[in-house]
Write a protein that binds this ligand. Structure first.
Ligand code: CTP
Ligand code: CA
Length: 226
């Protein structure tokens, strides 16, 4: 006995999503990372798939399960994530939810770095990682809709708004990732939708509910684009 027909507003659309942290090696046993769980990005991938989209999820190292009905490409580093993202183009929509490490160790050691017994500490020279969202936002194969996130601990709206233009994004989903809010690694999120249309404040919701509402926003915007 069939349930009510599920609406599939993203049928025929190809959607690319990044999620999770990246790990940047220091040596074969150590890395630089961050507190991202991948929950928000994975929830968006799942919601887009339920809405009928063909979804490619490029995920950094996470412990949560793969969403149903999604093609998952697993990567470790920012540079691997960029390569996987560019390989997935062209797409109709890109949602860059990953917490990409801003810096990597310039030259990761081939062998485990050892204490030398003197108490001297190794100096880690860092270099900036490629900006994946910015690359996609200015790409020759730019998706029709480019959505980024902004992880901020202060001046959330001002900092997020600056990222709109800098990244070449149509929409920035700004969230406050101060430790007190428990967003990073948690199940709930409070976001502000920033675009040329201004600021839309969404109430605090489960990350699944944020994902559902974001997919509705994507469907509406694609509809407006024709
Ligand atoms: N992002 C990315 N590649 C990077 C850094 C960030 O694709 N190397 C994307 C994130 O996935 C997110 C958006 O850019 O969609 C904003 O990330 P955020 O860390 O908030 O901004 P940054 O530009 O890195 O600036 P900062 O961390 O200094 O605030
Ligand atoms: Ca950053």
């Amino acid at each position: 006995f069939a349930a009510a027909e599920t609406p599939r507003p993203l049928a025929g659309r190809r959607v690319l999503i990044t999620s999770g942290p990246t790990h940047e090696p220091i040596d074969p046993v150590r890395y630089i990372a961050n507190r991202s769980s991948g929950r928000q990005g994975h929830a968006i991938a799942a919601a887009a798939a339920r809405a009928g989209a063909e979804v490619v999820l490029v995920s950094g190292p996470v412990t949560i399960p793969d969403p149903a009905g999604v093609a998952v490409v697993r990567v470790e580093t920012a540079r691997e994530m960029l390569a996987a993202v560019e390989a997935a183009l062209p797409v109709d929509v890109a949602v860059m939810a990953a917490a990409v490490a801003d810096w990597r160790v310039a030259t990761a050691a081939d062998a485990k770095i050892k204490k030398d017994g003197s108490g001297a500490v190794p100096g880690l020279a860092l270099t900036e990682n490629p900006d994946i969202l910015r690359t996609v936002g200015h790409h020759v194969a730019r998706p029709r809709l480019v959505i980024g996130f902004a992880a901020e601990t202060n001046d959330v709206i001002a900092n997020g708004t600056a990222k709109l233009a800098r990244k070449g994004a149509d929409v920035i989903v700004a969230n406050d990732v101060s430790p007190a809010g428990g967003v990073m690694g948690g199940t709930r999120n409070t976001v502000h939708i920033l675009s040329a249309a201004g600021v839309e404040d969404w109430p605090t919701m489960d990350k699944d509910a944020v994902a559902e509402r974001l997919v509705a926003l994507i469907a509406a915007r694609l509809g407006d684009l024709g």
